[in-house]
Design a protein around this ligand. Structure first.
Ligand code: NI
Length: 182
């Protein structure tokens, strides 16, 4: 194992690696990404199962969000994502609105509400999102929108980004539990 690989593996911020856009995408790849989005609420729910209040308020890494903030962040993020998909399909190359995720994670709801609130929200949100995604045609995935920070991007890029995003945060929790022996 090279030193570089080892360093990447121990970076607690990126337990599944940074997002990489797949090079060549098949319909099967898109189906797998949609399946990952469909499975994410149950995986996130399983990842926090049995954690007590103190454990939920533990940062997943030094200086990072707590497990509670992570779960509420996934809901914040995926609500925004859901809206971006709908905008990109309903309008011609719309410019989408970024949001300040760090500030959102500091609001009182994200810092104090039980994780079950956002887990329930994600269940419902992903049910609608996945039904919508499953009906998209190849040309729909080629539609574009403008992200003020990332420039013009395709719906397909966003699909793979959010399939990765779910795995990324679930792994934050599962890696914390491994390290702590929880
Ligand atoms: Ni995130």
């Amino acid at each position: 194992m090279s030193e570089t690989v080892e360093l990447v593996e121990v970076d607690p911020r990126f337990p599944v690696g940074k997002f990489q856009r797949p090079e060549r995408v098949t319909a099967h790849d898109r189906m797998k990404a949609i399946a990952a989005i469909a499975a994410m609420p149950a995986m996130l729910s399983a990842s926090v199962k049995g954690l007590d209040r103190e454990q939920l308020d533990t940062p997943y890494r030094e200086g990072g969000w707590t497990v509670r903030q992570l779960v509420h962040h996934v809901a914040d993020s995926h609500m925004n994502a859901y809206v971006r998909f709908k905008l990109a399909l309903a309008e011609t190359t719309p410019t989408i609105k970024p949001y300040e995720e760090k500030d959102w994670a500091e609001f009182v709801d994200a810092k104090t509400l039980p994780v079950a609130v956002s887990l329930n929200l994600l269940d419902a949100l992903h049910e609608r999102w996945v039904v919508f995604l499953s009906e998209l045609k190849q040309e729909d995935f080629a539609r574009t929108f403008v992200h003020p920070e990332h420039g013009a991007q395709s719906v397909e890029w966003m699909l793979f980004l959010y399939a990765w995003h779910g795995r990324h945060h679930v792994a934050h929790v599962t890696e914390l539990r491994k390290r702590k022996g929880w």
